[in-house]
Design a protein around this ligand. Structure first.
Ligand code: NDP
Ligand code: N5H
Length: 257
């Protein structure tokens, strides 16, 4: 008997695929492998064609929709459209974050009010906005995941403003889990170890963070986006049915040090 969950005829929304290195892309491939019907959202029209060519690699045909998470109306329209095209929503993978590059180096307190508001809006509030918009369409045992990082729990050099945003995100996961639990909906976060993606490009001293983890983490190696995606599959499927309000670290155990 295979323990690999079967998600045939179940609709999952994956938000935050920029390119083939995106953690969200690994999650989409894993859900597709399990037979899920996928809706992929992208931030703006200019990202559509590259997502279309990626989506053509999937086994099942995916629905592609534009959704800029800074716009409440766009989020509501997106979820209404998902419901019209694909019925009830079994799960959502929220894999979205943004902070002005200038605020991701140097002194933490040098950031501006505007940079703070933007980072918290896109990286933390958007999870609540999305869950709220999906509420009328959730399956009775739906599951939501988001991506977080250790820098929200403790000081990690250069993570700065994103650390505050991830702390707000982690806390939002708990409040959402408590509110939506009575409706059968679970909300969890995966705290990923450093993975070389477009977001990680050119920020901080990424290479030294990768090598520190390789030297010190219990597993003495870095993690892959595919390993994050397997934990995502566990949380998004019935396998994780008893888990909510949790942050699971997929980081070779680095966070215990
Ligand atoms: P990517 O750059 O691949 O993904 C980031 C995504 O955020 C992009 O797809 C981008 O969309 C999207 N995004 C930004 N602004 C908006 C917006 N206004 N509306 C909609 N989407 C938006 O990087 P990752 O895969 O690394 O990042 C995914 C998540 O994983 C983030 O939450 C990140 O903080 C988290 N994470 C990453 C780690 C890593 O080491 N890579 C470690 C721990 C957590 P677009 O390109 O279309 O603008
Ligand atoms: C300690 C570190 C390294 C230093 C901090 C990195 C923080 C990265 C997160 C944010 C999301 C990166 C970001 O917003 C970059 C943008 O300013 C510029 N990039 C873009 O606009 C690209 C084109 C688009 C696709 O990116 C986004 N986000 O829209 C943390 C690392 C060890 C781990 C890590 C990289 C964590 C994380 O949260 O991503």
């Amino acid at each position: 008997m295979s323990i690999f969950p079967t998600l045939t005829n179940k609709t999952y929304v994956v938000m935050g695929i920029a390119n083939k290195r995106s953690i969200a892309w690994a999650i989409a491939k894993t859900l597709d492998e399990a037979g899920a019907k996928l809706v992929l959202t992208y931030a703006a029209e200019r990202f559509k064609s590259s997502l279309e060519s990626l989506a053509s690699e999937l086994k099942q045909e995916a629905i592609l929709l534009e959704c800029d998470v800074t716009n409440d109306e766009a989020i509501e329209t997106t979820f209404r459209s998902i419901h019209e095209q694909a019925g009830e929503i079994q799960g959502i993978a929220h894999s979205i974050a943004f902070a002005d590059k200038e605020a991701l180096r140097g002194e933490f307190s040098e950031m501006t009010r505007g940079q703070f508001a933007q980072a918290l809006d896109i990286s933390a509030y958007s999870l609540t906005a999305v869950v709220k918009a999906a509420k009328p369409y959730f399956a009775s045992d739906a599951s939501v995941i988001t991506l977080t990082y250790l820098g929200g729990e403790r000081v990690v050099p250069n993570y700065n403003l994103m650390g505050v945003a991830k702390a707000a995100l982690d806390s939002s996961v708990k409040y959402l889990a408590n509110e939506y639990g009575p409706h059968g909906v679970r909300v969890n976060a995966i705290s990923a170890g450093p993975i070389r993606t477009l977001s990680a490009k050119g920020v901080g001293d990424f290479n030294s963070i990768l090598s520190e983890l390789e030297q010190k983490a219990p597993l003495r190696r870095n993690v892959s986006a595919e390993e994050v995606a397997s934990t995502g599959l566990f949380l998004l499927s019935g396998m994780g049915s008893g888990v909510t309000g949790e942050v699971i670290h997929v980081d070779s155990g680095y966070h215990i040090l």
